[in-house]
Design a protein around this ligand. Sequence first.
Ligand code: PGA
Length: 219
Amino acid sequence: MKHALIIGNWKSHKDVSEAKKWFRELAAAVSSSDASEVILCPSYQLLPLCQEEIQQYQLHWKLGAQNVSPFPAGKHTGEVNANQIKDFAQYVLIGHSERRNEFNETDEILFEKVKRVREVGLTPVFFVQGRKTPIPEGINIVAYEPTFAIGTGHPDTPEDAEAVAHYFKSVRHVPTVLYGGSVDDTNVNLFMSCSSIDGIVPGTASLDPAVFARLTHNA
Ligand code: PGA
C-alpha cells in the first residue's frame, strides 16, 4: 500500500479540553500499524498542548501551523511569526482558499509567507485551487483543494483530482501533491488510489477522532 501523507486541518475548532478529549479518544481508536504519515494542524494556541499529547500517546506525528505572519519578528500586533512557530511545528499551511477569500491574502502576501517560513527551516504546504494558481519556485508540497469541494460534502472526482495532481507533478515539478475537499474515511481510498496523489487534507473529517482514525487506517 502507498505511504499516505495526511494533513489534518482543524481550522478554527477546539479549545483545550476538546483537544485533550480528542487525543484520548483517538489514541484508543488508532492502529499503530497504519502506514500513513500524519501532520496535525491545530490553531496556534493548541500547538504546545498537541506537542505534549503526541508525545504522551507516542503517535510519531508531526505538527503544522495553519497560518504565519508575512513579517519577521517586530511591531506587528496580533501576528505570529515563523520563528515563533518553529518551536512547536515543522510545517505551515499557506494559501488555503479560506485565507485568500476571507482575509484577502494575495499571491504576493502568500509568497512572502513562504519566504519567512523557509528562513527558519519550516516546510510550507502550499494550497492551490486549480492549475492556474501561481506557486513559489521550489515548493515541495502542494495541496490541491477546489473551493467548491471544501466543507460541502461534494469532493472533486478522483479523475479530475488526479489530472490536476499529475499536472503539478509533471509540468510544475512538485514532488508531493495532496488532495483536499470533502475527503472522509469512506472516500479516502478513491483518492489514494490515484497514481499522482500522495496524500490528503481532511478538514471536517479530522474533527471527530473516530472518523480520523478510520481515515488514517483506510488511506
Ligand atoms: P473539508 O476541508 O475536508 O472539510 O472539505 C478541507 C480543507 O479545507 O482543508
